[in-house]
Design a protein around this ligand. Sequence first.
Ligand code: DHE
Length: 500
Amino acid sequence: MAALGVTLAAAALYAANCAVCHGPDRLGLTGPALLPENLERLKPSAALQVIARGRMATQMPGFGDKLSAEQMRELADYIYTPIAEPRWGPDEIRASRVVHPPQKPDSDRPVFEADPLNLFVVVETGDHHATILDGDRFVPLARFPTRFALHGGPKFSPGGRYVYFGSRDGWVSKYDLYNLRMDVEVRAGINLRNIAVSADGRWLMAANYLPHTLVALDAASLEPVKVIDVRDAQGESSRVSAVYDAAPRESFIAALKDVKEIWEIPYGPNTGPVYKGLVHDYRTGEGLAEQGPFPVRVIETDDYLDDFFFDRGYHNLLGASRNAKTSEVVNLDVRRKIASIDLPGMPHLASGITWDWNGTTVLATPNLKTGVITVIDTKTWKVVKHIHTLGPGFFLRSHENTPYAWTDNFNSPYRDTLQVIDKRSLEVVKNLTPAPGKTAAHVEFTRDGRYALVSIWDMDGAIVVYDAATLEEVKRLPMKKPSGKYNVWNKITRSDGTSH
Ligand code: DHE
């Protein structure tokens, strides 16, 4: 009874102080959602600090002089209390859509002089903004607010005119790079992992942790086309860890967190979406055709696989589980495991890259728990080398026109130091510390591969531009905790050295 009383008191405190921004149901409004699933990355003690002092560079005020210490603790406990899985179906998604009308008629050509294919989209997580950078002169062309806490790489339309962002809170935003303006936004979920855009630019698929859905949107209007309830044949539902566009296969591939399945969802002209309106239950028929638009082909796996890397042709994927020490190679054509690789360091396969080496193609991946870059032959699926680094890293990047791959030591005391690996000798050839004491991570090259742009992850941070051949710094642009940066050309041409 006492516990119920405390919860009721906390609910009242929440309604009086928080609901106006975070929503009466805690699903988020102008402020982010306050649910255990959305707060996974924030310790309760840190949440208490935010309630007391507010959050810098956001509209979150501090309540330290309004509420007692006890009331703030009750509130902090309350926001970590689970709620029944919220309903977020086609109606809620459609109702959330925000269209930003243009100030003047849109141009179908870029409104600036810079090369539209050598732009960088820089995500600044410090104050939830994005900067559009001219990749030849390294000058910002625009800076605009984004939704709270973007995650995963932004995705581009095939010609590079539009860029799409996904936020951890479920928002999908479409930005027009030619007219430098936000076009339309929609909330596809409550807790979203990432988004993928089909190779033909017609569809966008959003992967959600909450609810357990994949949401197909029309990429032009961001109207929902289909909400797929994610369950295995036994009815067990699953969070979706990530969704990828497998362009050569004309399909989306989804990694599932809680069931031992990989899902392939074709969107091409033969098996893809014939627009028949919304279909909610994909398991209504035996064949793909009966499933309506975006049918699901299920591949059963031996383990839970929630992080993927695809070979160049998208015939095979390497899948890792956050819990296992072994990764599985799954052939998507025969739809079964063809090899397993011992990878105990928790590989971060989403950051893997490939290059040609000694007559074969190798895949290299950082590891989140061990200070090695693992290099794997994609013909034999055998480990070629473990390249030892200063500490566990997060991202790995290169470009066709450079002999070097760059990695970080994000999860270690050496997080301020980047390491440059020679792709021929598979040796570390240089350490770079652009801002001592501040995390340096995530590299992206210009479209010609001449320059490498590095993020300094700090409120008083920067993008540091290096000459990719001499490894000398050429420019430094102040930014607010820039996380990733994404070059239009490298993305739309699916450069081997970058994420897709
Ligand atoms: Fe990410 C991409 C998963 C934590 C920054 N991250 C991805 C992708 C996956 C993934 C599957 C590829 C999807 C895509 O780009 O479309 N990330 C995970 C996790 O499972 C993990 C470890 C825990 C979690 O809670 O999500 C995780 N990621 C982080 C962070 O803590 C980072 C460093 C800071 C942040 O802003 O959240 C972070 N992840 C990124 C970035 C990318 C990313 C910047 C895009 C990389 C790219 O170059 O494409």
